[in-house]
Design a protein around this ligand. Structure first.
Ligand code: HEM
Length: 428
């Protein structure tokens, strides 16, 4: 052991909590043992790093000494293949260089049109639902569908309205399978036809079907080659690339962007609504000053970071906060913990959007990761998320239906257990 941590017996005793409520378990070991914790598992040696400086050391300074070959990303790649999110360094570098231009400023600005379009459709639907008076809806489901439509419109230029429910459900089922496998050391390979594996494979097949639909829609609706703005699908399908992508590589990127691009944004928005409906004075401030939406989103991403764990495998030995992390270790950086660390945040458990009035701090704020593998969709997510919060808060009364806390399911992203029911009515 090179860092403090729980004893083997203690961890065994907590096995059930680790699986059922990993966030609370991580908080407990962090409070008991400090900012660098080693778990008593032999292989790989496993560390939890929770300080702002430690997170930076792992994700930024030691980026070249780490890889994404971890259990978390290996399981995710059963769904996304070797797309940008899970690709390891060698395959990742040229791919990032190739895809980065698709996220230029004009494209991010263009995604505004898709957000407006998606919001207009959502508001028509909400008006129908509330024609007879205030109505209870699941705002989590609404945010999933909205974010998926925006992602597919902005990145692939397609309107997938008729497929939305199927794709959001397939994404959740596939990701649920990823987490269930990560938590079960005895999970059998995906090719073994257990009920859980068959369910996951059916969901992956639906995502494959979505890819076929997206490519067919583009084939039927070619943009002129000299069109000023190329979207991501154009880049992926470009036959003039130095090394054009194979069918499998195109599939992997489309599924990666469907999954990474909508479930994260929806999770952020769902928890932002939760924080707003449970803090009515903050909701009122947002309704009166919609320009506060960016602050609200930033603070929601701090308290409920959708990507609640980021993992790396170390390629060589290095030191974090004075503790040696040997080569071939698993390092877990949890934005959930880093964002609650008093070294970076005053009153870390309070929902205080104005703390972002002077911008995010240099250290200790990592909802989009950090360093070379920083989220490629960050600017798009911030634009999309703040537009949605601002517009819906201005036009709608959105209220809590009960006072109890909504439990968090720490899946691939943070999900509300049982959805997020709220009461909506149109503002007069
Ligand atoms: C609030 C919304 C979002 C959150 C919280 C989020 C979070 C993250 C985080 C933490 C990472 C880094 C993972 C790591 O270092 O291991 C990441 C990477 C990534 N994200 Fe996002 N993301 C969001 C939205 C988006 C959107 C809208 C897209 C696509 C349009 C996207 C696509 C990706 C991709 C492809 C990567 C991998 C980048 C690379 O390794 O080069 N994300 N995201």
């Amino acid at each position: 052991m090179t860092a403090p941590g729980p004893l083997g017996g203690e961890m065994l005793k907590n096995l059930r909590n680790i699986v059922s409520d990993p966030l609370t378990y991580l908080e407990t070991v962090w409070h008991e043992h400090g900012d660098v914790v080693q778990f008593p598992v032999p292989k790989p040696a496993t560390y939890l790093v929770s300080s702002p400086a430690g997170a930076r050391e792992v994700l930024v300074n030691q980026h070249k000494e780490t890889s994404k070959k971890t259990l978390q990303y290996n399981n995710l790649s059963l769904v996304t293949g070797d797309g940008l999110l899970t690709a390891d360094t060698q395959a990742w570098r040229p791919r990032r260089r190739m895809l980065q231009p698709a996220f230029h400023q004009e494209m991010v600005a263009l995604s505004q049109t898709h957000v407006e379009f998606g919001l207009a459709k959502l508001e028509i639907h909400w008006r129908e639902l509330t024609a007879a008076g205030p109505t209870i809806i699941d705002i989590d489901q609404a945010m999933m569908s909205l974010a998926l439509e925006i992602t597919c419109g902005a990145l692939f230029g397609v309107d997938i309205e008729s497929e939305v429910d199927e794709i959001t459900a397939a994404t959740l089922t596939a990701l649920h399978g990823v987490v269930a496998r990560a938590r079960n050391p005895l999970a059998l390979p995906l090719m073994v036809p257990t009920p859980a594996n068959l369910k996951m494979k059916r969901a992956i097949k639906k995502l494959d079907k979505a890819v076929t639909l997206i490519i067919a829609a583009r084939a039927a609706n070619q943009l002129p080659l000299d069109a000023p703005i190329r979207d991501m699908l154009d880049v992926l399908l470009d036959p003039d690339l130095e090394t054009p992508l194979s069918k499998q590589q195109i599939r992997d990127e489309i599924v990666t962007f469907i999954v990474a691009g909508h479930e994260t944004v929806a999770s952020a928005l769902t928890w932002a609504w939760y924080l707003l409906v449970t803090n009515p004075s903050e909701m009122k401030k947002l309704q009166e000053h919609p320009e506060r939406a960016k602050l609200v989103l930033a603070e929601a991403l701090r308290l409920y970071p959708p990507a609640w764990v980021i993992t790396r495998r170390t390629l060589s030995e290095f030191t974090v906060e004075g503790f040696t992390i040997p080569a071939n270790s698993l390092v877990i950086v949890s934005p959930w913990l880093v964002h609650r660390n008093q070294k970076a945040w005053e009153q870390p458990l309070q929902f205080l959007p104005e703390r972002f009035e002077t911008g995010a701090p240099q250290l200790g704020y990592i909802p989009f990761g950090a360093g070379a593998r920083l989220c490629i969709g960050r600017d798009m997510a911030v634009l999309e998320g703040s537009m949605i919060l601002a517009q819906l808060a201005q036009h709608w009364n959105i209220e809590a239906i009960h006072n109890s806390q909504v439990p968090v399911d720490a899946s691939v992203t943070l999900r509300p257990v049982g959805g997020m029911p709220v009461r909506i009515s149109r503002k007069v």
